[in-house]
Ligand binder design. Structure first.
Ligand SMILES: Nc1ncnc2c1ncn2[C@@H]1O[C@H](COP(=O)(O)OP(=O)(O)OP(=O)(O)O)[C@@H](O)[C@H]1O
Ligand SMILES: [Mg+2]
Length: 302
């Protein structure tokens, strides 16, 4: 073994250690900056790195989960991502979006879920919280190195938004997020109802489609939805809630995976009104927190 090879190796390892420490330091500085500018609590280090697929025997036979789970995890571990989750009402889109956010555990800004529901779940503004509800007009001021979640995105950024200030902010977010380390995860009941920029995703997650999905979906989506629907055929609602069909261009990331809900998931997190009315929702959210069923009524009611 030559001594120069040994010295090179030591130097290489030393460089890597210094670079890793520099990255950790930069992250701490960025998180403190975000915390001081936004009041957002610095997320505690993630403790939940357990497998997404934790429902042994709960899926249909033949699900090859482990390889894809690794690929999903690798995808979700990147700073900047864009995920669109589509599917019929009640199929588990919100729960999946929150599970992905849970695995990432970054400072997270949420459109469409009331702050009180996040607080009650223990992930909001209280101690150890890392999620904050924002209004649509705040999309353009989300800080670097954070995540944005949009629940029922058609309520926030529908097809009619072209040319509005909100559209410009949303387009800027989707087009530029990767330069700012921003991750975007959104869900919607049908792709046709949401602004096209919502579907400029890298990863598409399909739950079962609505009853007449080819008509309700954008051109080109039908084959994917048919394939996904075939997977869900015969599954119980519970199994559907915990399964998703993943599509990405790369073969390593196509196919079904199973996952569990975040441990802190509650029904209140998925029972919401139109995000467009978010300030009203926040004001209203006491009644949600107290379990008032009327407060969970669909958009337009009340
Ligand atoms: N704490 C819980 N643990 C497990 N399952 C739950 C829990 N709370 C609710 N659920 C069930 O899981 C489902 C999760 O669905 P979720 O709200 O994520 O669906 P969705 O596709 O977002 O629906 P929508 O289109 O109406 O927004 C709920 O409909 C409910 O039946
Ligand atoms: Mg939902």
């Amino acid at each position: 073994m030559s001594s120069s090879w040994l010295l090179d190796t030591i130097a290489h390892e030393a460089r890597r250690a210094v670079e890793a420490e520099a990255r950790r330091h930069t992250r701490r500085v960025v998180e403190s900056a975000i915390a001081s500018v936004t009041g957002m609590p610095i997320p505690a280090p993630t403790t939940d790195r357990t497998a997404m697929a934790t429902l042994p025997g709960d899926g249909p036979d033949g699900l090859s989960i482990v390889a894809r789970e690794d690929a999903v995890r690798a995808y979700l571990a990147q700073d900047t991502i864009q995920v669109a989750i589509l599917g019929a009402p009640g199929t588990g889109k919100t729960a999946l979006m929150l599970r992905m956010a849970d695995l990432r555990h970054r400072p997270t800004f949420v459109l469409g879920i009331p702050q009180r529901a996040l607080d009650d779940a223990g992930v909001g503004t209280g101690a150890g919280g890392w999620m904050r509800a924002i209004a649509p007009g705040q999309l353009g001021s989300v800080p670097r190195d954070s995540d944005v979640l949009i629940d029922d995105a058609s309520q926030v950024i529908g097809n009619e938004e072209y040319g509005t200030e909100l559209f410009e902010q949303f387009r800027a977010l989707t087009e530029n997020r990767r330069h700012f380390g921003i991750g975007l995860i959104l869900n919607c009941q049908t792709g046709k109802a949401v602004n096209a920029y919502a579907l400029t995703c890298e990863l598409l997650a399909l739950k079962p489609g609505c009853a007449f999905f080819p008509e309700q979906e954008r051109d080109g989506m039908a084959p994917f939805l048919r394939e996904a629907d075939a997977l869900y055929q015969g599954m119980s609602a519970e199994q559907v809630h915990h399964t998703v069909m993943i599509y990405r261009k790369w073969p390593s990331l196509r196919g079904p995976i199973r996952y569990r809900f975040p441990e802190w998931f509650t029904r209140r997190l998925s029972a919401h009104k139109a995000a467009r009315r978010l300030p009203a929702i926040i004001a209203d959210s006491d009644s949600v927190a107290q379990g008032d069923e009327d407060a969970d009524s669909p958009i337009g009611a009340g």
